[in-house]
Design a protein around this ligand. Structure first.
Ligand SMILES: [Mn+2]
Length: 195
């Protein structure tokens, strides 16, 4: 079905499966064994109003780095597959989302030319046990594999948890807008009501 794709990837470090389904916004499971990462991924899909099923196992006893980065890689692969099926999408999506003290901005162009800009200055290096530096690894991996232009900026905030959560909500909403299939838009926007 268009708008849905699954990619599985198994290496010596990680075993990952990601499904995204833009047709089923209520179906969200995030199972990575990294509670804060699960929380952020869930917020992204929920506020982006798309279905997402993530299963990830890996050497988190070494460092959650591999799992976080590889979930980004596989999620990018899924978005790339969805674009192939849709053929044309709206391309652009942006969102600015506040959460308490924090404000984050995400702008996306699904253009086939990977570009990544990320601005974040966190007041706390960890939220719970989660190293906030890993957020960059996830976003960069997703950007490269999805072949999108992603500008992500946490403008300000006092609490790293709020800052990252506002960023993931903005990312979800921006992805939703950027991957609207182009044919549907044309149909709706045609003054004739059809093409
Ligand atoms: Mn939270």
């Amino acid at each position: 079905m268009k708008g849905k794709a699954t990619v599985k990837r198994k290496t010596k470090e990680t075993d990952i499966s990601v499904t995204i389904d833009f047709n089923s916004p209520l179906s969200i499971t995030t199972d990575t064994e990294i509670p804060f990462f699960n929380h952020m991924l869930h917020a992204m899909a929920f506020h982006g109003a798309f279905g997402m099923d993530i299963y990830a196992r890996g050497d988190i006893d070494v460092d959650p780095h591999h799992v976080v980065e590889d979930v980004g890689l596989v999620t990018g692969d899924v978005l790339s597959d969805i674009l192939v099926e849709y053929r044309a999408v709206s391309r652009y999506g942006y969102s600015v989302i506040p959460m308490d003290d924090a404000l984050s901005e995400v702008a996306i162009d699904v253009c086939g030319r990977p570009y990544f800009r990320y601005v974040a200055d966190f007041p706390q290096a960890k939220t719970g046990s989660f190293d906030v530096a890993l957020i960059r690894e996830y976003l960069y991996a997703l950007t490269v594999r999805a072949k999108i232009n992603l500008h992500a900026e946490i403008r300000y905030g006092l609490n790293s948890h709020h800052m990252i959560e506002s960023l993931f909500k903005a990312l979800g909403k921006a992805l939703h807008a950027a991957y609207i299939p182009m044919n549907n838009i044309n149909n709706i926007r045609s003054t004739k009501g059809m093409l």
